[in-house]
Design a protein around this ligand. Structure first.
Ligand code: NIG
Ligand code: FE
Length: 382
């Protein structure tokens, strides 16, 4: 077993709540894991040494919410929005039509390209949802392709009701035959609980069926307006309620009293020109917050966690420390993972070396490609 000392770290953000920041730090990697973390002055010997020359190091980003299995393009919808139209989620059906038309190889190649794009920007863990197939076979193949790219796969058959079906029969299909075909490839079940998509009763029915099939729960909740999504997520013990843009005081209380993470997706508000979620209210109430890209061709076509961190700081009044925490540790909590999202002994050696002296530069220098090197499971990515 070769051990590697990563030395000369100007500022290490560990993601470990017990010791979040260490100046003049070093790390030892062994067997794909973190073996030691601390001050460079006390670093043990190792077989190899990488000197990062004063750069900052952070855990690899954990992007806990992405829709990467799709074909087609919605540039025209984006242009129309930027000329004043509002986002309703209606464009999902455009992507569904294009996705159904595409072959497996095309869908897989497009998703792989997005995962590679993410990795080059420092994302070392990504969750991938289905939801643009909406037939038993198109959802099944979407999840099979997703499972080839990540262990964090989510069945989102309940994205919208397809144009050629009535809602009741579709909910029955999703909770029955479609779930059965998809569950072998999925870790999570998700529902778009929103006016125009699925209501509270339908959401409960589909999530409960998913839980019976052994899947964990996450919910697209309260994105476009207030509704029952967040409360259902908390009630069912969901790992995460995602979006959380329109919350009542009762929703905030329910999140604070639960283990459910609030995953904020500011790329969606940016790209739909909508008001951002109130991150301060959630953090001040003691809710665990995650940040993710929501990467999808409609509401948020960004693969950049750094961009989301910058938006969170500038637009949602999160501090740079809260934002980097939400993009690493928070994302891991939202996926109920303890092996990623932080750098401490025993965690996976997933880390990003920034071309900057501090993680603060992610927000201070928005849009600048600051990722110098990415290590995944201890290996330096080319
Ligand atoms: O998370 N809100 C539902 N789903 C996606 C958008 C999907 C789309 O517009 O294609 C979201 O924003
Ligand atoms: Fe989403």
């Amino acid at each position: 077993m070769t051990t590697t000392l990563v030395d000369g770290i100007g500022l290490l953000y560990t993601g470990d709540p017990e010791r979040e920041e260490i100046a003049d730090a070093a790390l030892v990697l062994a067997d794909g894991l973190v073996a030691w973390v601390g001050s460079a002055a006390r670093a043990p010997d190792a077989d190899e040494r990488v000197d990062v020359r004063g750069r900052a190091v952070i855990p690899g980003f954990v992007d806990s919410h992405a829709h990467l299995i799709f074909a087609g393009d919605r540039t025209a919808e984006f242009q129309a929005r930027m000329s004043g139209e509002s986002y309703t989620g209606g464009g999902i059906r455009t992507t569904v039509a294009a996705t159904r038309q595409a072959g497996d190889a095309e869908l897989a190649a497009r998703a792989r390209a997005l995962v590679n794009e993410m990795r080059a920007q420092g994302t070392t863990t990504v969750e991938i949802k289905s939801g643009y197939g909406l037939t038993v076979e198109d959802e099944r193949r979407s999840l099979e392709i997703a499972a080839g790219l990540t262990g964090e796969t989510t069945f989102l058959g309940a994205h919208v009701v397809p144009a050629d079906m009535d809602a009741d029969s579709y909910v029955r299909l999703v909770a029955g035959e479609m779930l059965e075909a998809c569950a072998p490839y999925a870790k999570w079940v998700d529902v778009f609980c929103e006016r125009g998509a699925f209501d509270g009763d339908q959401t409960r029915e589909i999530l409960s069926a998913g839980m019976k099939a052994g899947l964990g729960v996450r919910v697209h909740a309260n994105q476009l307006g207030e509704g029952p999504g967040v409360r259902i997520a908390c009630e069912l013990g969901a790992a995460s309620a995602d979006h959380c843009t329109h919350l009542t005081a009762a929703d905030v209380d329910a999140l604070a009293a639960s283990e459910t993470v609030a995953t904020l997706l500011p790329g969606a508000e940016f790209s739909t020109r909508s008001p951002y979620p109130d991150a301060r209210r959630l953090i001040d109430a003691g809710v665990t917050v995650a940040l993710a890209t929501d990467c999808n061709p409609g509401s948020s076509y960004t693969s950049s966690m750094a961009f989301c961190v910058a938006l969170a700081v500038r637009e949602m009044r999160m501090t740079p420390l809260e934002a980097i925490r939400a993009a690493t540790y928070g994302g891991a909590r939202a996926l109920r993972r303890t092996d990623v999202g932080w750098l401490r002994p025993g965690a996976r050696a997933n880390l990003v070396v920034l071309d900057a002296p501090s993680y603060v530069h992610l927000a201070y220098r928005p849009g600048v490609p600051l990722v110098h090197q990415v290590f995944q499971d201890g290996l330096l990515l080319e």
